[in-house]
Design a protein around this ligand. Structure first.
Ligand code: VLP
Length: 134
């Protein structure tokens, strides 16, 4: 049985989101707003199909994918750069590689007790977010 990410999750910590946003080229004004947000994630997992809905008072982002199937991601409302994304299992971690203009772009999700972890990577920046079950 793979890890079960199903549920509603609230952000409780967000380390180096600023560095990650700078690496993505997010403008100053947007960064000031974005760093104040406490996004919520709703994850629906059915077999190898995932739906990850990240919501906030400012913007929302929806991602749907199947494990092992590369897809075009538009990052609409984020940095708006298109990339090719591929999510795979690495043991119980969900690992996404986002191939495009930005080097070393991707993310990893994993569970630790009642917490959902998300590591966001872009170029030489790593942002670490922790979400708790709502
Ligand atoms: C852009 C960078 C903040 C900042 C401006 C908008 C959506 C894994 C993955 C699923 C993400 C979240 C991306 C956050 C990058 C912000 C609006 C924040 C709320 O999650 O769960 O796509 O990539």
């Amino acid at each position: 049985m793979p890890a079960d990410f199903n549920g509603t999750w609230n952000l409780v910590s967000n380390d180096n989101f600023e560095g990650y946003m700078v690496a993505l080229g997010i403008d100053f004004a947007t960064r000031k707003i974005a760093k104040m947000l406490k996004p919520q994630k709703v994850i629906k997992q059915e077999g190898d199909s995932f739906y990850i809905h990240t919501t906030s008072t400012f913007r929302d982002y929806t991602l749907q994918f199947k494990i092992g199937e590369e897809f075009e991601e538009d990052n609409k409302g984020l940095d708006n750069r298109k990339c090719k994304s591929l999510v795979t299992w690495e043991n119980d971690k969900l690992v996404c590689v986002q191939t495009g203009e930005k080097k070393n772009r991707g993310w990893t999700h994993w569970l630790e007790g009642d917490d959902l972890h998300l590591e966001l990577r872009c170029e030489n920046q790593v942002c670490r977010q922790v979400f708790r079950r709502a």
